[in-house]
Design a protein around this ligand. Structure first.
Ligand code: ADP
Ligand code: ASP
Ligand code: MG
Length: 421
């Protein structure tokens, strides 16, 4: 079981979480619980680091930001004990959750937790702080924002859990962020592949890496709400959204439990920034000069467009990077202005990426053209396009994000039908 920040925000909510955990354990289950820091806490800790030293050392940053989860894991263990349950916390270094050394964006390597397993068998509930691990050097690491989801999947894989229930503040995965589109529909199931794509293009309900790990390790995930009353449907009856394999999805469709849709979901991402380099020489090696220094600095480039060469063998190159890396990217490119040979750098952070995702695209044409038509009908200009086998993404003006998501949600027939009164 994993509980996110909103579910853990304050003693009152932790008590509710403890009750959900107690019920699950009382049903004869061995339970490991992964918890996030209280909502807002990690942001607060990140700000402290920035104030202390703008160019902070990621290893010390990890010491600071991992603390939020230490607090909530101890509090949940205490609350469970107060309800008469046997429970104890297992910090990342105690379990241990071994990760690679990349501070602030570590990846789990192994969780080998014989002691915790023995405790589980003896009926003790294990409470594990999410987000944190320990490097080979023995220093605390964290796994990137939203990383508690990945901790939960890693623990589930390590203990060979029947299921990894991710409890959050919505009752499942929807066709789009239900906080933006009131007519978003809850999905009974989503395939790993689609969820991976949705998460990576901005549906932050699950951290992308957690879905990749679950797919690799065959962990069954259910996303469900912790904000439920005592009479709620039990988690074992699967009230939330299941993340399933293609085969399982096919079975569900055959049994009439799921309808096959061309587009499964729509996501948006406002955290990218656009860079245009004008008048780059149109010759072999030119783009390598641009992207090599960015790769060396671990800056992820997402969409790339190289315009058709214009006069005098020159071309404009447009691409996007995470907003947080924009200043660094710009400085690196300015440094190499002579090597690259561009004329001007133009940057824009007021952009958003809107993506439609669905495995149905593999076998059906027209998804992209429907998208372009629907957006143009509302006067929304497309600045860049990228596609994968199961996704089409466009870059638009940030101010038009909500409108674009709503328009596309309707265009692909995803709107929930109002219940008859
Ligand atoms: P937690 O703190 O529990 O990890 P998050 O805030 O990380 O919760 O993720 C839950 C949020 O994800 C929801 O409140 C919702 O606004 C957002 N979200 C974005 N896209 C979707 C989607 N397709 N389905 C459900 N929730 C979504
Ligand atoms: N507390 C961390 C964050 O806010 C990890 C998590 O909640 O998943 O990013
Ligand atoms: Mg989250």
């Amino acid at each position: 079981m994993k509980f996110g920040g909103t579910s853990m925000a304050g003693t009152e909510r932790i008590r509710r979480v403890a009750n959900i955990v107690r019920k699950q354990a009382a049903g004869g289950n061995e339970v490991a619980v992964v918890v996030s820091a209280m909502a807002g806490e990690t942001d607060r800790l990140v700000n402290f680091c920035r104030e202390a030293n703008a160019l902070y050392d990621p290893a010390e940053y990890d010491v600071v930001v991992s603390s939020g989860e230490q607090v909530t894991s101890g509090l949940l263990a205490l609350t469970l004990q107060s309800l008469g349950c046997k429970a104890r916390s297992w910090l990342g270094w105690q379990l241990p959750v071994k990760t690679i050394e990349a501070h602030a964006k570590a990846r789990v390597e192994t969780i080998d937790a014989p002691e915790m397993l023995a405790g589980l068998e003896a009926g003790e509930i294990a409470v594990v702080p999410g987000f944190q691990g320990v490097s080979v050097e023995g220093r605390i690491t964290t796994m990137g924002r939203g990383g508690s989801d990945t901790s939960a999947v890693a623990v589930a894989a390590a203990v060979r859990a029947d299921r990894c229930d991710i409890y959050t503040d919505v009752d499942g995965v929807y066709t789009t962020d239900p906080r933006i589109v009131a007519k978003a529909r809850k999905l009974k199931a989503v395939t790993y592949e689609e969820m991976l794509e949705l998460a990576s293009v901005g549906a932050k309900v699950l951290q992308t890496r957690s879905v990749g790990l679950a797919m690799k390790e065959g962990v069954r995930i259910q996303v469900l709400s912790s904000f439920v009353g005592d009479d709620a449907i039990a988690a074992d009856e699967l009230p939330g959204t299941l993340i399933v394999s293609d085969e399982e999805m096919d079975e569900m469709v055959e049994k009439g439990q799921m309808e096959r849709q061309l587009v499964t979901g729509i996501a948006h991402d406002k955290n990218e920034a656009k860079i245009i380099l004008t008048r780059v020489p149109d010759k072999p090696g030119a783009v390598a000069h641009i992207f090599e220094p960015l790769a060396e600095a671990s800056i992820n480039v997402d969409m790339i467009i190289q315009n058709v060469g214009r006069d005098k063998g020159e071309t404009d190159v447009t691409f996007t990077v995470p907003q947080a890396d924009l200043a660094r990217a710009q400085a690196l490119l300015e440094d190499r202005r002579d090597d690259i040979g561009f004329n001007r750098i133009i940057t824009d952070s007021q952009i958003a990426k809107i993506s439609v995702v669905g495995v149905g695209m593999k076998s059906h044409a027209g998804v992209a053209s429907n998208m372009f038509r629907a957006l143009s009908d509302r006067g929304i200009n497309i600045q860049a396009i990228s596609t994968s086998e199961i996704k089409v993404s466009v870059l638009i003006d940030e101010d038009e994000t909500e409108l674009a998501v709503r328009v596309l949600h309707t265009a692909y027939g995803l709107d929930a039908v109002d219940e008859p009164v």
